[in-house]
Ligand binder design. Structure first.
Ligand SMILES: NC(=O)c1ccc[n+]([C@@H]2O[C@H](COP(=O)([O-])OP(=O)(O)OC[C@H]3O[C@@H](n4cnc5c(N)ncnc54)[C@H](OP(=O)(O)O)[C@@H]3O)[C@@H](O)[C@H]2O)c1
Length: 299
């Protein structure tokens, strides 16, 4: 692959890890598109620390079309990146959306000037330790999963030579839904109860999670995800395998008074409506999360 220009929009936990790993590998030119000036970024990974210098832009007017955009904001910030995408994207640009959810292409493509837009499932566990410092906790066998198509293969090639492990999947939709199932089981309840994973050990909360998952699995199947007969139980088993002290991203966002990624339950409610499948429990969680999220920062 020839040297590519890669713009990273959203230099938080996930964008920060991608930026440091690509910059340290030195195969491509990295541009950080940020809201506050930044000239270096440090990554902690196990006992290792990697520091890189970055070319950062704070004004979208200074941006020019690039080969790649990695869009790494939270889902509710996508619309606010429109000025960046307008300047960075042309028909030859590829936009990889590193966000949770299932509606990445629908929300980003209208802002991306004819670029190729595709989702990336992110399995990495990442933590932002400060404006210029991130921690990368590798979990499982993959950091990113993409569809096994031309854009996915190009994305895998982009990260060659970095520690980030990219897997190509021939059944990307099913994996996207599995990730969404885990998110919808864990995030809303931990954020609403303001409790870490230990809350899922309560029998009543466990039962609530199973009801949430039953609704979500029915919608996922209607959308074409090939979910196992015991999918809900498998997700619950995985969830209970995590340390009780771990928090979820929505829990940390609520603790910090930030808006919440309501698009996670919102995508399931909307898909349920498309298929005539009722999702009363997820809808109730969504209403409560929206109320909390809208109040964030106002108190
Ligand atoms: N963290 C994880 O372990 C993890 C794992 C899997 C998936 N995910 C998903 O990955 C996505 C990103 O999550 P994250 O944890 O990396 O979020 P994050 O740490 O909150 O970072 C988001 C970044 O986006 C920036 N941003 C927001 N609006 C912007 C704009 N208009 N222009 C430029 N930058 C903008 C924010 O900038 P400021 O610094 O200025 O606020 C922040 O640095 C989410 O969908 C999340 O659910 C996260």
């Amino acid at each position: 692959m020839r040297r590519q220009t890669v713009a990273i929009v959203g230099l938080g936990s996930i964008g920060g890890i991608a930026a440091v790993c690509l910059a340290a590998a030195g195969r491509h030119d990295i541009v950080a598109c940020v809201r506050r000036p930044l000239d270096r970024l440090t990554l902690e990974r196990g006992e290792e620390t990697t520091e890189v210098t970055l070319r950062a832009l704070t004004d979208p007017a200074a941006a020019t079309p690039v080969d790649w955009v990695l869009l790494c904001t939270k889902t509710h910030a996508t619309a606010s990146t429109a000025p960046w995408l307008k300047r960075l994207c042309g028909p030859a640009t590829k936009v990889a959306v590193l966000q949770n959810g299932i509606d990445q292409v629908a929300s980003v493509a209208p802002l991306a000037g004819g670029a190729t837009v595709f989702p990336v499932i992110v399995y990495t566990n990442a933590e932002r330790l400060g404006p210029d410092r991130v921690r990368f906790n590798a979990v499982g066998n993959d950091d990113y999963v993409v569809a096994d198509d031309a854009a996915g293969r190009a994305f895998a090639e982009l990260f060659a030579g970095t520690p980030l492990r990219v897997r190509l999947s021939e059944d990307f939709k099913t994996l996207l839904w599995r990730k969404l199932l885990m998110n919808v089981a864990a995030n809303p309840i931990s954020a609403l109860t303001l409790q870490r994973q230990s809350v899922f050990r309560r029998p009543d909360v466990h039962a609530l999670c199973m009801d949430v998952l039953a609704e979500a699995v029915a919608v996922g199947r209607a959308e074409g995800a090939k979910l196992a007969p015991d999918e809900a139980q498998r997700i619950m088993t995985q969830l209970l395998g995590y340390s009780p002290d771990l928090g979820t991203s929505m829990y940390f966002d609520r603790l910090a008074g930030r808006p919440l990624e309501t698009a996670i339950p919102g995508a399931i409610v909307a898909a349920g409506e498309r298929h005539g499948i009722a999702t009363p429990i997820i809808r109730a969680l969504l209403t409560l999360l929206k109320a909390v999220s809208d109040a964030a920062g106002k108190s």
